[in-house]
Design a protein. Structure first.
Length: 96
């Protein structure tokens, strides 16, 4: 089976959008005893939600390098595109 079959923009974009969400959910499960929306609202009240989202995006770096090392350049581009989308969301959260 060829790895080029999985070298598309979507094979990078979808995992790169889901990985920060999963990271945030794991962080919530480990560190909080309150509901998810209350957990996120507390960070929003403290003006730290954009920082939490940016930390949740760090695993995308590993995903990016996995795609680069396996020569899946289009998938790596998908990760970069997803990271730019997350950065846009962080800017919005910062000023809301």
């Amino acid at each position: 089976m060829s790895t080029k079959k999985f070298d598309t923009l979507l094979t990078g974009l979808i995992p790169a959008l889901l990985l920060p969400v999963l990271t945030l959910l794991v962080f919530w499960l480990v560190k909080s005893d309150q509901g998810l929306l209350d957990f996120l609202a507390r960070f929003q009240q403290m003006k730290m939600l954009s920082k939490v989202v940016s930390l949740a995006a760090i695993p995308n770096l590993l995903l990016f390098f996995v795609f680069i090392w396996s020569r899946r350049n289009f998938s790596a581009r998908g990760v970069i595109f997803a990271t730019f989308l997350l950065a846009f969301i962080m800017v919005i959260l910062k000023f809301v």
